[in-house]
Design a protein around this ligand. Structure first.
Ligand code: NAD
Length: 204
C-alpha cells in the first residue's frame, strides 16, 4: 500500500507531521482533530492541510474535523508505517551511534538489524541489540537477510564505494547522511539528509 497514492512531494513531506500530531491527539485522548491543528504541526495553513489530506480520499467532515483514529490508520497505510522495514547501518561514528541508539524509529517499524564499520575497536561491539560487524560481511549479510534499506553514515570520501557495494548486493534505498552526491544504478533510490543545508535555508 505504501507509495500507491501519487502525491506531490511537499504534501508527502508533510504527512509525517500530520501523523505525529495524530499520535499526540491519541495519547491525549482526543478523538476529533481540526485541520488547523494538523496544519499547525506541519507549519501550513488549515486550507493546505485539508488539500493535502484530500489527496488520500474522503476524510473529515466540514465544521467537525477528522476522526483521529481513522485518519491515523489511513496515514499508516499510505506511509507504509504498518509494514516492518529492516535496515543496516554503515559507519558507527558519532552520527551512526546516535542513529542506532534512537528508539523513535521503532514507531515507524524501522529496525536496524546490524551495523558495519572498518574500525577494529568497534567491530564486535553492540549498540543496544545491534551488533557491529566487519565491513567484509556486508554483501553476505544483505543477501542472506534480504535487506533492502541502508543508512549511510561514513565519511564523505568512503561513501561512493560503499554505495556501489550496497547497490550490487541488493540494497534498493540508501538513506545517505554523508555530504556527497551518490551515483547509483537504476532501481536504487537515494534519500539525502543534510542538517547543515537545512540550517542554511533556516538562516536565510
Ligand atoms: P565519525 O568520524 O565519527 O564516524 C565515521 C565512522 O565511519 C567511523 O566509525 C569509521 O570507522 C567509519 N568508517 C570509515 N570508513 C568506513 C568504511 N569504508 N566502511 C564502514 N565504516 C567506515 O563521523 P560522524 O560524525 O559520525 O559523521 C559520519 C558521516 O555523516 C560523515 O560523512 C559526516 O559528514 C556525516 N554527517 C552528516 C550529518 C547530516 O546532517 N547529514 C550530520 C553529521 C554528520
Amino acid at each position: 500500500m505504501a507509495g500507491s497514492v501519487l502525491l506531490p512531494k511537499p504534501c508527502l513531506m508533510r504527512l509525517p507531521h500530520y501523523y505525529r500530531r495524530l499520535m499526540k491527539a491519541i495519547h491525549e485522548g482526543q478523538s476529533i482533530i481540526s485541520s488547523e491543528e494538523l496544519g499547525e504541526e506541519a507549519g501550513v495553513p488549515a486550507a493546505q492541510a485539508r488539500k493535502d489530506l484530500s489527496y488520500l480520499g474522503e476524510f473529515g467532515r466540514p465544521g467537525v474535523g477528522y476522526d483521529v483514529y481513522e485518519l491515523a490508520a489511513h496515514l499508516e497505510k499510505v506511509l507504509g508505517l504498518n509494514e516492518p522495514k529492516k535496515a543496516i547501518l554503515i559507519g558507527v561514528g558519532n552520527l551512526g551511534r546516535a542513529l542506532a541508539s534512537y528508539p523513535g524509529f521503532a514507531r515507524y517499524r524501522l529496525q536496524i538489524t546490524a551495523a558495519f564499520d572498518v574500525d577494529p575497536s568497534k567491530i564486535g561491539q553492540r549498540i543496544g541489540s545491534i551488533p557491529v560487524l566487519p565491513l567484509e560481511e556486508l554483501e553476505t549479510f544483505v543477501r542472506q537477510r534480504a535487506v533492502r534499506m541502508a543508512i549511510l553514515a561514513v565519511p564523505a570520501p568512503q561513501a561512493q564505494s560503499i554505495a556501489d557495494r550496497l547497490s550490487a548486493a541488493g540494497i534498493r534505498l540508501i538513506w545517505n547522511f554523508a555530504p556527497v552526491s551518490l551515483r547509483v544504478p537504476e532501481g536504487v533510490k537515494v534519500f539525502n539528509e543534510d542538517l547543515a543545508a537545512r540550517l542554511a535555508t533556516l538562516s536565510f
